[in-house]
Design a binder for this molecule. Structure first.
Ligand SMILES: Nc1ncnc2c1ncn2[C@@H]1O[C@H](COP(=O)(O)OP(=O)(O)OP(=O)(O)O)[C@@H](O)[C@H]1O
Ligand SMILES: [Mg+2]
Length: 306
């Protein structure tokens, strides 16, 4: 399969008078054409920096990066012709409506009037924006403004689409509309590069993912592979007041926002569930989610470093 996005030993340092930040510290990433790839990491891990370099908005300090074989530094025009991007924290033009955003953007990108109109009608419908299509963005809620930006970019069906936290601030139903459309556009052949903090979203959408921490890649692979990497496929969640004797024999116990998370295997989770129900203690057991695996992976790597 051809490679759509490639980074080789990519490094980015931000140098200000007060300090030097290494945002990307030798990042190697390769995304095959037609895939949906999620890039996950904590705040400040380096995700947006990576997206900006790959979309020609920022120069790397060293290393190389390519989109569809074009060097992002030396062949910016060719790269720009083949990509579309929803940057992080973007806002629509306040005096333009959702319809005008999509239509004008498609026209600027060279599509005919007919094509721009039919794609706009389609994307507004798919994103549940029809009711709001002719309202100036200024009068739309934050989530609807974000939907407008995502609709505008997805309507391009560009060969490579970068989405930097596209569903930020959207309600759960709106997010599902975005997921459906992303999936549809991927099936039509676009490669999608997604960053998100919603790990249910990443779990649902990604075929491949990478986890970055402090500018370094911690993991590359599929969601099931990440779960294997952390070494636990089941988990039990208990109230933090649950008696400690219940999970005495378990070694992997994580404090998770006021709850206790016991990472284990299927047998372990089931025996813990039995013990808890005998003791009349509330418990919830199930397969490890991507979010739980992520917390374990990034948490233990940060512990190792400090
Ligand atoms: N223009 C800049 N000048 C100096 N430092 C910067 C600049 N932009 C980003 N950084 C720093 O680079 C690091 C990576 O930032 P980046 O925005 O890439 O993170 P991120 O993974 O996108 O985080 P978030 O999830 O919060 O969006 C952070 O330490 C950040 O403070
Ligand atoms: Mg970011």
């Amino acid at each position: 399969m051809a490679v759509a996005i490639e980074a080789v030993k990519l490094r980015k340092e931000y140098n200000s008078r007060r300090k030097r930040v290494v945002a990307l510290d030798g990042v190697d990433i390769s995304v095959e054409t037609g895939r949906l790839f999620s890039f996950l990491g904590r705040n400040g891990a380096g995700k947006t920096t990576f997206v900006k370099i790959l979309s020609t908005l920022l120069l790397p300090t060293s290393g190389n990066a390519f989109v569809l074989g074009h060097d992002v530094v030396k062949e910016t025009a060719a790269v720009r012709d083949s990509i579309a991007l929803v940057p992080q924290d973007v806002r629509p033009y306040f005096h333009l409506t959702p319809r005008e955003h999509s239509y004008n953007y498609l026209r600027i990108r060279g599509h005919s009037r007919e094509e721009a109109k039919s794609r706009t009608d389609w994307v507004l419908h798919e994103m549940g924006l029809e009711r709001f299509a002719d309202i100036p963005s200024l009068q739309l809620s934050g989530g609807l403004q974000q939907r407008t930006m995502v609709a505008t970019v997805l309507a391009t069906m560009a060969p490579v689409i970068f989405l930097d936290e596209p569903t930020l601030g959207m309600d759960p139903l709106a997010r599902r509309e975005v997921w459906k459309l992303i999936e549809e556009i991927r099936q039509k052949g676009s490669t999608i590069f997604l960053t998100t903090h919603y790990l249910d979203e990443a779990e649902r959408l990604s075929e491949q993912l990478a986890v970055i921490s402090r500018g370094r890649i911690l993991f590359k692979g599929t969601v099931p592979e990440l779960k294997v990497e952390v070494g636990f496929d089941y988990r039990a969640i208990l109230n933090r007041n649950a008696p400690k004797t219940l999970f005495d024999g378990f070694t992997n116990i994580v404090e998770d926002g006021g709850r206790i998370l016991v990472l284990t295997d299927r047998e372990g989770a089931l025996s813990l569930a039995e013990a808890a129900s005998r003791a009349n203690v509330e418990i919830s057991v199930g397969p490890v989610t991507l979010e739980e695996a992520f917390i374990q992976l990034v948490g233990s790597s940060e512990e190792d470093e400090s």
